[in-house]
Design a protein around this ligand. Sequence first.
Ligand code: GUN
Length: 295
Amino acid sequence: MTAKIISGTETAKAIREELKAEIAELKEKHNVVPGLVTILVGEDPASQSYVTAKNKTAHALGINSKQVTLSADTSEDDLLALIDKYNKDDACNGILVQLPLPKHINEGRVLYAINPVKDVDGFHPVNVGKMVLGEQCFLPCTPHGVLELLIRSGIETSGAEVVVVGRSNIVGKPMVNLMLQKREAGNATVTVCHTRTKDMASHTRRADIIIAAAGVPKMITADMVKEGVVIIDVGVNRIGMSESGKAILVGDVDFDSVKEKAAAITPVPGGVGPMTITMLMKNTVQAARQAAGWI
Ligand code: GUN
């Protein structure tokens, strides 16, 4: 079996076209332009490229997006003051602080400071709590993107054995929660594997769907999966530089060998990555609609 390639690039493109039309209509009918502020602290090259991509996409869709870049030695108080400023700014519907933050800044304190109605990353405990309860909220962008990919690729999750590899706050934990909910792309039987899991292959071999978010290059190999598995690879690992100076990226799954056994698989790059950015745009539009009184 050679796997069907699940293209995040194509799916994201389709959603972005829908959003572009929605944003144009918001402006035309209601004079509402969604506003997003992205805040980057420091010079981590991966974070820089993610934030640049987020702003570029926002502009292309008609979102009023502003990027604020702060030096790595910015104090926590200065960052909190900036968040407070945008919490009070009506033109700003969404605030995103790129993670990870420098070690001297308390991540929890920063994320808690963002007004939950502007928390387009879905990281504030109010949104996390609502997500767990299945209430209307901002869903975190990467897990949200995975759900959309599954739905739009026609992959049945109801009753499926889903194995999530990784337990981060950004991907693993919300992914587990979303996939067990009574909702579209939910109703799965979910197992979560992590660094302390004994015999991970015994779990992954049972999986109908594997969602790999461990941050370990090519960790899932062909001998760890069953024939016909669906693979969603969230990993983006930089393993070097090409001659032209571009980062060489690989996922958490050994794509070349696993694609021979899988029914469907996301590539890296071009899989989950474009979906994450697109769901940020979707959340920003949702925030603008809410701020304008649920138009
Ligand atoms: N760092 C890695 N992924 C993300 C994300 O989805 N949002 C933010 N703010 N930082 C990240």
